[in-house]
Design a protein around this ligand. Structure first.
Ligand code: FNR
Length: 181
């Protein structure tokens, strides 16, 4: 049975490398995984005062999470941790506590950076938050895609052969992980 995977991209930038990599994951997805980006750019800041009377965009977003069978985070690292927009999207998805949209569904994380370390700090931060969100995360393979500019072909959107191979290996493992739930 085909499983729906909500892709959460931690950058709002139009030319985001993370979004490009997310789109490549969509292109490489095995038949049994349907990957779709769930947009987070319209989400207003989380505020506990309004969580029981939330704005429509929170509800629409949570519905997309609720409809998903699994989650794949693809994110940059900002100041050794994660972008605020991604953290905000995590909070909105998790609340109110009885309506945690992440709860119990499998997930995985990929971080992408022009830097050498490949967003290691952000990758770990997402795993840390996943404990509280209650997303059982795939442990291996870990995915730190560093020096991304060297991994894209001249068209600026297609990853090179070696990266494609790694991404397909990652997806194979993720498919097995998702099917365990
Ligand atoms: C960055 N960048 C960055 N890179 C990194 O590897 N580690 C870091 O801690 C940071 N910190 C950081 C903070 C802020 C505020 C910005 C704007 C950028 C660089 C970052 O990886 C680069 O801008 C990426 O291109 C961002 O990802 P997208 O938008 O291309 O997906």
């Amino acid at each position: 049975m085909q499983k729906k995977v909500a892709l959460i991209v931690g950058s709002l930038r139009k030319e985001s490398f993370n979004r490009k990599v997310a789109n490549e994951f969509i292109r490489f997805a095995p038949d049994n995984l349907k990957l779709e980006i769930v947009e987070i750019k319209e989400l207003s800041f989380f505020n506990e005062d309004i969580e029981n009377n939330p704005p429509q965009e929170w509800l629409d977003y949570k519905k997309q999470l609720d409809d998903a069978d699994a989650f794949l985070f693809v994110s940059p690292e900002y100041n050794r941790t994660i972008p605020g927009v991604l953290k905000n999207a995590m909070e909105i998805g998790a609340r109110p506590p009885k309506e945690n949209s992440w709860k119990g569904k499998p997930g995985a994380v990929v971080t992408v950076s022009p830097g050498l370390i490949g967003g290691l700090g952000a990758n770990q931060t997402i795993r840390e938050a996943a404990v509280s969100l209650n997303i059982p995360m795939m442990q291996q393979p870990e995915a730190y895609i560093g020096q991304i500019k060297d991994k894209l072909l001249e068209d600026g959107v297609t990853v090179n052969e070696k990266t494609e191979k790694f991404m397909k290996t990652f997806l194979e493992a993720f498919e097995i992980w998702v099917n365990r739930f």
